[in-house]
Design a protein around this ligand. Structure first.
Ligand SMILES: Cc1cc2nc3c(=O)[nH]c(=O)nc-3n(C[C@H](O)[C@H](O)[C@H](O)COP(=O)(O)OP(=O)(O)OC[C@H]3O[C@@H](n4cnc5c(N)ncnc54)[C@H](O)[C@@H]3O)c2cc1C
Ligand code: SF4
Ligand code: SF4
Ligand code: SF4
Length: 856
């Protein structure tokens, strides 16, 4: 027994540890940094158990419970401690739940000013449809969201802002009424009922109780079109319609009003559904007598997307051609008590697949296809929402062999007095009914007191489904973190034009239904951090990015990516590419992978590579499946310097649909009201400044000046422009695009500045910029036949009214259409052409010698 002094010491130490003064180390030394709350509790626990207080290394005699530490109280005997600890823990858990409720509400309501359920964050809407049911003016409809889950949409033209939907929404107003320590049972009904049920058939017995009382039963069944919805049945003959689990999130929205009507008639209703639907029902029954209502919630793994289920039945089973007769997730006749897939066809044939073979099941079980809300479900926990909770007692044979005959044993949790009443009423009809400790149910790992988290690859899965991937591929690529295409290049650079050109390429590839990984720049250490720049923030919002690898480790990308594409801009300007080793020529890519360069550029009309590197690079280039270059001069360099055939294509910003940029520009935050001339000047000079001033005065337009996203000398640039009040800094790519889109005239020394003037059909003067490579400008104005709007020297702008004439956009667009079509056709052909690969030869040198021997 520890002495009183010893205990006091421990308490004092624990107090200090909780305050963050002590580490959990035995020497009790001060921590360097403030400890986290969990570390403090840990440290306090260790202090209390004597790790700190007893320095002689002896084990402490009195075992101090964590609750005692939190109570700041130590009991001398177990008997004295237990009752007080119990009361304390109850109060604690009620307090914790209240805190959670407040926290949850804060996150759930994203627009407090909205009086409707439009205020709710989509991730916090469970899709119960209670709001739809209560709206007095039918202003709410339940529609598929982008992942195919039902979510409310408010018609503002009908809505009277009465606030009722928001007031009753169960996800905003969480209510916990039932006990946190329910009585639990292992139970099953007779064999006949079980054969027709998913698990132990308890639902059927509870439903029969309702009919015996002259009541009705509500549960989920299939519509004629195999949608899963809640229905009300009035006779036991219709029970087959509801029995058995359908692993799809059901639409209960239309049934609540009918349940309310029956309750108002004074009749009994047994309602069975997932916790969210039970919560939804209660939400619609405020001020209604619910003494005749018995609710059953299911220990719920999560509800998969109904639209996904519909697509699955159409694509894999020809539902839309009338081929499906029945769908079963729990066919006991074929699989026994298990979870596997059965689809019965109208021609009498049957599809049986195990849960690991069937594409729908494969995604459901690891929670890849379940609702976002399910990953933090507020109902898959104690206290339960329903009066009774039902589940399969998976693992029962290990728990107690006597409680299973292999035909289905259920867990029954009785959560309320109403639950006790109905369970007592069916008890003598049960073939097995054994009470088990609630703690043992907690140990089963079932979603009893915790929900199953969404799989980390969930978002990618749905992204691919939305992009048209098959369910198998979406699953496989999501789980393995694989991509159809890896785009490499300078997308991470701070130049707005580069960001836009890579985004365009990204969107083009995605429009082919392919997934894209943006390959990041190499680093000295794999997994190195990424700087915080506007380009990086843009990337985070729009791309899947690879981690940063060392040049050596970039080979690892071969296991993630099927086809590698080198993007546009000056990636083959050796002055730039040298910093990336030979990776811009895909030296790290395995020979069986496809390698493409799309609209790559040397930036200048000559090659800056040294002779030695040229040989290596031309060898790597030869291994490409297709090379396209942005400038005519680049095509010539490929041929003359590297001996490679290449074609000229447009910059991706012209190949992508203009809508791609419009939707980005729509998100701009910084804008200029009224008419203006945009001066996008990368390398200011006094002559350029004079040109900007003169042109804007002639046009009678205000000037907006944008400078380079990351200039070498920002202070000097600003000084030269000397237009501080006109310069807009700190803009996003979205702002940048919008400035081009809304400008009445553009003057620019940027190649992408000219490009976006053309994309948005804005009149412009393009100014050559030798520092950034003349050939890009020359090629661009020649391709689009806009030389009349281009000068090589800023001084040539002064006094030259010809440059202010409108651009002939009819002609530009005609060229754009045919050039776009040609560029796209080239890309598609190379991308989708089967890869020609001879296979690996383990001993190429020996092969060669053998061949030479033969010749001899
Ligand atoms: C989406 C979903 C996830 C589940 N996850 C788990 C789990 O992780 N672990 C576990 O042990 N049990 C889970 N269950 C419960 C389990 O599948 C059984 O439904 C339960 O054990 C009852 O079995 P029974 O034999 O008593 O009822 P059955 O006779 O099989 O009747 C099933 C009852 O569930 C209702 N129901 C069927 N499909 C749906 C649906 N899509 N939405 C709402 N209600 C429905 C029916 O209306 C019926 O009332 C889940 C059920 C569903 C619907
Ligand atoms: S009532 Fe249900 S469906 Fe409506 S917003 Fe709330 S959680 Fe979503
Ligand atoms: S605020 Fe009232 S009228 Fe508007 S959608 Fe909600 S319930 Fe309907
Ligand atoms: S996990 Fe929660 S939200 Fe999802 S279906 Fe089940 S009860 Fe509803």
């Amino acid at each position: 027994m520890a002495t009183i002094k010893g205990i006091k010491n421990r308490l004092a130490a624990a107090g200090r540890a909780l305050g963050g003064d002590y580490t959990s180390e035995k020497n009790g030394s001060k921590p360097k940094d403030k400890l986290k709350a969990s570390q403090r509790v840990n440290a306090a626990q260790r202090a209390m158990s004597g790790d700190y207080a007893l320095r002689d290394g002896k084990k402490p005699v009195v075992k101090v419970e964590p609750a005692e530490i939190r109570m700041n109280k130590v009991f001398t005997t177990k008997e004295k401690a237990e009752p007080e600890i119990k009361v304390f823990e109850k109060q604690e858990s009620a307090r914790q739940r209240e805190e959670e409720r407040v926290e949850w509400r804060k996150k759930a309501v994203r627009r407090d000013s909205d009086k409707t359920v439009g205020c709710i964050h989509p991730d916090y809407c469970c899709g119960c449809g209670a709001c739809y049911s209560v709206c007095p003016v039918n202003a709410i409809s339940m529609k598929y969201d982008s992942e195919g889950f039902l979510a409310p949409v408010v018609d503002r033209s009908k809505c009277t802002n009465c606030g009722l939907c928001r007031k009753i929404c169960p996800s905003i107003n969480l209510e916990y009424k039932n006990t946190v320590e329910p009585a639990c049972y292992a139970a099953y009904a007779d064999d006949e009922i079980r054969a027709k049920s998913s698990s132990g058939g308890i639902f059927t017995l509870l439903a029969e109780y309702a009919f015996e009382q002259g009541g009705a039963v509500c549960g989920a069944g299939y519509t004629d079109d195999f949608k899963v919805e809640h229905f009300i049945i009035e006779s036991p003959d219709d029970l087959d319609k509801l029995r058995k689990s359908k692993y799809v999130q059901a639409d209960a929205s239309k049934v609540y009003a009918d349940v309310k009507k029956i309750l108002k008639e004074g009749r009994v209703v047994v309602f069975c559904g997932c916790g969210c639907q039970v919560a939804g029902l209660y939400a619609t029954l405020k001020n209604v007598d619910i003494s005749n209502l018995y609710t059953i919630d299911l220990m719920c793994h999560g509800g998969p997307s109904p639209k996904l289920f519909d697509d699955y039945l159409n694509k894999y089973h020809g539902k839309d051609q009338g081929k499906v007769a029945d769908v079963g997730f729990r066919d006991k006749d074929y699989f026994g008590w298990s979870t596997e897939m059965t689809v019965k066809y109208t021609d009498g044939t049957v599809y049986h697949r195990t849960r690991t073979q069937d594409p729908y099941y494969r995604a459901f079980l690891p929670c890849i296809s379940t609702r976002k809300f399910c990953g933090h479900c507020a109902y898959a926990k104690l206290p339960r929402t329903g009066d009774i909770t039902l589940a399969d007692f998976w693992g029962i044979q290990k728990y107690n062999r006597d409680y299973t005959d292999g035909k289905g044993t259920s867990i029954v949790s009785v959560n309320s007095p109403q639950g006790e009443k109905i369970y007592a009423a069916i008890a003598d009809k049960l073939l097995l009914n054994k009470e088990i400790p609630c703690d043992d149910v907690l140990k089963t790992g079932q979603p009893f007191d915790h929900c199953f988290k969404n799989h980390p690859a969930r978002q990618r899965y749905f992204e691919q489904i939305k992009n048209g991937s098959s369910m198998e591929k979406a699953y496989d690529y999501a789980i393995k973190d694989k991509y159809d295409v890896g785009i490499y290049g300078v997308w991470f650079g701070a130049n707005y034009g580069s960001v836009a050109t890579y985004y365009a390429l990204h969107e083009i590839i995605r429009s082919f239904g392919l997934s894209v990984l943006m390959i990041d720049m190499p680093a000295a250490k794999t997994g190195a951090g990424k700087p915080d720049t506007h380009a990086r923030r843009f990337a985070k919002a729009h791309y899947h990015e690879s981690k940063r690898y060392t040049l050596k480790d970039m080979r690892e990308l071969n296991s993630k990516v099927d086809t590698f594409i080198m993007g546009s801009d000056q990636v083959w300007n050796r002055g730039i590419s040298r910093g990336f080793g030979f990776s811009f020529y895909f030296d790290f890519v395995e020979p069986d992978k496809k390698k493409i360069a799309f609209s790559a550029s040397f930036g200048h009309d000559r090659d800056f590579c040294n002779v030695q590197d040229r040989e290596t690079i031309s060898e790597y280039m030869r291994q490409f499946d297709g090379i396209s270059i942005r400038e005519t001069s680049g095509v010539e360099i490929c041929k003359d310097v590297y001996g490679i055939d290449a074609v000229r294509v447009l910059d991706p910003v012209f190949v992508a649909d203009r809508k791609v940029f419009d939707s980005l520009a729509d998100k701009a935050k910084k804008k200029h009201d009224g008419k203006y001339m945009l001066a996008y000047i990368l390398d200011p000079t006094p002559e350029k400044r004079a040109a900007v001033v003169e042109v804007s005065e002639k046009l009678g337009l205000e000037v907006v000046v944008l400078l380079d996203g990351r200039p070498k000398d920002p202070v000097k640039n600003r000084q030269i422009m000397d237009m501080d009040d006109k310069i807009v800094d700190d803009i996003t790519v979205e702002d940048w695009l919008n400035y081009f889109r809304n400008a009445d005239f553009v003057l620019t020394d940027s190649c992408h500045g000219i490009s976006f003037s053309l994309v948005f059909e804005t009149n412009f003067i393009g100014l050559a910029n030798s520092a950034r490579g003349m050939t890009r400008f020359e090629s661009l104005v020649d391709v689009f036949q806009v030389r009349d709007h281009y000068v090589q020297d800023a001084a040539d702008i002064l006094g030259n009214d010809e440059l202010l004439k409108p651009v002939d956009y009819d002609n530009v667009n005609k060229i754009l259409m045919s050039e776009r079509e040609r560029s796209l056709a080239w890309l598609k052909e190379v991308l989708f052409r089967p890869k020609e690969f001879e296979g690996y030869r383990a001993y190429p040198i020996i092969d060669k010698r053998l061949a030479e021997d033969k010749e001899d």
